[in-house]
Design a protein. Structure first.
Length: 135
């Protein structure tokens, strides 16, 4: 699994995809390990250009990882999934994810990446939805 993270970090996305498909990270529970594997696989799939393949992985991680107590993969997967939904024109679903993240971090210190990305996504999508309703 760690070899996949290194491959992804070095820009070898296809190698990382293969590694993540055949390995498991270390962790405290099977559920946690599977969620981490899916999160890493989704990131590698996006890097390899397989956005459609990443979506089901991100959907599973977004639903499950929040219960594992791991903020980084939980909220970064929601942001990645929102961006993929936005890319596909699934604006309402993207907006709901951005709002969920922004609500979670509503009292966070300024500059928290997930919160800033979520707020930017909300502004962008609300403006686009307003324009489409006005047309």
């Amino acid at each position: 699994f760690c070899a996949g993270l290194i491959a992804l970090g070095e820009g070898h996305a296809k190698e990382a995809v293969a590694t993540f498909r055949s390995s498991q990270p270390l962790g405290r529970s099977l559920s946690f390990r599977e969620s981490m594997r899916r999160w890493a696989l989704a990131r590698a799939l996006i890097a390899a250009g397989d956005h459609d393949g990443a979506i089901p992985e991100l959907e599973k991680v977004s639903r499950r990882m929040i219960f594992e107590g791991e903020a980084d993969p939980a909220f970064s997967s929601m942001i990645l999934l929102a961006k993929e939904y936005e890319r596909l024109g699934r604006r309402e679903e993207a907006l709901a994810l951005y709002r969920r993240v922004a609500f979670q971090f509503r009292v966070a210190d300024p500059g928290l990446v997930w919160n800033e990305e979520a707020k930017a996504g909300i502004r962008r999508l609300e403006a686009a939805l307003a324009r489409s309703r006005a047309s």
